[in-house]
Design a protein around this ligand. Structure first.
Ligand SMILES: Nc1nc2c(c(=O)[nH]1)N[C@H]1C(S)=C(S)[C@@H](COP(=O)(O)O)O[C@H]1N2
Ligand SMILES: [Mo]
Length: 517
């Protein structure tokens, strides 16, 4: 009786020691990556690898439903799956030690492949995988040894006191869990190198960059309408980097090469020594559904790409620029959009401050009129002049269109869906945009009635969104509001509903609200 109980209890311990062993190897590897300033710790590389292998439609669904939390959810998922695998390996180790060893070797191999798949891998990048595997094997050997001793004592009932052996196991597992926690925490501090770069960013002085001055008339004065200027903290964030690249301005370099007469190599100081251009530009994401908020408007400061590219001298036949980020993300941009009269720039500041790290510090690209996925490369380090026929970029390899001109759109901010307002005169307002063409008019239809023109706010250029407003006389009851815009080319916004894939959503935004006495 006593004997069976002892054996049953220790099964759970094998499982637990498997999980702790697994966690230990992961966190030690993470810490080593942090100390070596390897950006791609194996864990992160695997998460990013899974993201990169995810079909476009699923990635799209994740962005849509999980928003900012998409990466958190994936990381939690990976952790849960790993915990189950580690637990099973722990149990397997009880009878078949080699299964556990093989399991850990396989997991390390997955990490290795993920790290190797990242751009510019060096020997140093492989060390965290090697150390992690070593930690796994040592922790496995130690815990298996202690657990076997305990089981032996427990089942034979002789030799020393079983509580003594059990204490050994508890102490060992506790110590391993402690090491795992500490290396996880230290790894977090070390891995980003972020504090250092935050400090450089804080101390950076950009002499020609001025603070944004809100142009007069941009606000239409309806409560609840989105702010015309988007503060950096509220600006939407989209990228594929789990850990944002942290680049010291002094270490940043940009290479402009490919189909050019002469290559250019620019340091950060070379760049900001050039003439600084500043402009209001609205950036939006191709994944923004009709009525969505993956859009923001900021005062950007930087260096025009037209001048830089002219200096490099594109060769005949070049029609594209492949931009690559420090984290390996890439996008293909039409050469003409970077060389015509629009303010396509290498931006160094947003709303008068050096770019926040998550928005591309120290340098990102901003191109009026194009969706971010084909133009707005954050942490940009490489610009290759090339041909569309010869390249594939991150999102185009997942089924998104090669060309991503922004589609005209309009949105009702108030009244929002589900709002209840007082019947009578109701203030209605929202945003409309058609970057680099400009909005000519906005109209609203209440309950399928005639289109009524709205009053537009003023705008400084054709590259920003515009606020609009009007007052409607609304009776008691349920109502439906619809909005559409017309751009400065005279094109009316289409009511045909299209999904965001492959080149941006279309359709009229609709809200339903009620009015009561
Ligand atoms: N390096 C890098 N740059 C990137 C991306 C990315 O995943 N990695 N995403 C692009 C997309 S899809 C958009 S919409 C914009 C978003 O810029 P933001 O995060 O500053 O708003 O960045 C673009 N630049
Ligand atoms: Mo995007």
């Amino acid at each position: 009786m006593r004997q069976n109980q002892g054996v049953r209890t220790s099964r759970g311990w094998w499982w637990l020691s498997g999980i702790v062993t697994g966690a230990l190897g992961l966190t030690v590897s993470y810490l080593v990556a942090g100390i070596l300033r390897v950006r791609e710790s194996p864990v992160v590389a695997v998460a990013e690898g899974i993201t990169a292998l995810t079909p476009g439609a699923i990635a799209e669904w994740a962005i849509q439903t999980l928003g900012r939390w998409d990466k958190t959810v994936l990381v939690i998922g990976i952790v849960v799956v790993l915990a189950l695998v580690f637990g099973q390996l722990g149990r397997a180790a009880r009878t078949r030690y080699w299964v556990a060893v093989l399991g850990y070797v396989l997991l390390a191999a997955i990490g290795l492949v993920a790290v190797l798949a990242k751009p510019a891998t060096t020997i140093v990048d492989l060390l965290p995988v090697a150390v992690g595997l070593l930690a796994w094997l040592v922790a496995l050997a130690v815990s298996v040894e202690l657990l076997r001793r305990w089981e032996l004592v427990e089942s034979t009932g002789d030799e020393d006191d079983p509580t003594h052996s059990r204490r050994g196991v508890i102490v060992a597992i506790g110590a391993m869990a402690g090491i795992a926690t500490i290396s996880g925490l230290l790894g977090r501090v070390a891995i980003s190198g972020r504090r250092r770069v935050e400090e450089s960013r804080r101390l950076l002085r950009l002499d020609d960059v001025t603070a944004p001055k809100l142009p007069s008339g941009v606000k239409v004065g309806v409560d609840g309408v989105t702010s015309w200027l988007t503060p950096a903290d509220d600006f939407y964030l989209i990228d594929t980097a789990y850990i944002k690249p942290t680049i010291e301005p002094a270490d940043w370099q940009l290479r402009i090469h490919g189909m050019v007469e002469r290559e250019l190599l620019l340091s950060y100081n070379d760049l900001i020594a050039r003439e600084i251009t500043q402009d209001w530009i609205t950036l939006n994401c191709v994944s923004n559904p009709v009525g969505g908020d993956l859009i923001g408007n900021a005062w950007w400061s930087g260096v025009r790409l037209a001048g830089l590219l002219a200096e490099a001298g594109p060769l005949d036949g070049a029609d594209a620029v492949l931009q690559t980020s420090d984290d390996g993300w890439s996008c293909g941009t039409p050469l003409v959009a970077l060389m015509d009269d629009r303010n396509a720039m290498l931006a160094v500041a947003m709303n008068g401050q050096p770019l926040p790290i998550e928005h591309g510090f120290p340098v990102r690209t901003i191109v009026p009129g194009l969706y971010g996925y084909v133009s707005a490369c954050k942490w940009v380090v490489d610009i290759e002049v090339t041909r569309f026929a010869d390249i594939e970029a991150y999102w185009t390899s997942k089924g998104w269109a090669e060309m991503g001109p922004v589609k005209m759109s309009s949105r009702i901010d108030v009244p929002g869906s589900g709002d209840d307002v007082a019947a009578g005169e109701v203030a209605v307002g929202g945003m409309a945009w058609s970057q680099h063409t400009g909005i000519a008019s906005v109209e609203v239809s209440l309950d399928g009635g005639a289109w009524t023109p709205a009053t537009l706010g003023t705008v400084p250029n054709i590259d920003t969104w515009v606020q609009w407003r009007l007052t409607l006389d609304v009776e008691e009851g349920e109502h439906e509001l619809r909005v559409r815009a017309t751009d400065k080319d005279g094109t009316a916004q289409t009511g045909v509903e299209r999904d965001v894939l492959p080149d941006g959503a279309t359709g009229w935004h609709t809200t339903t609200f009620s009015a009561s006495a």
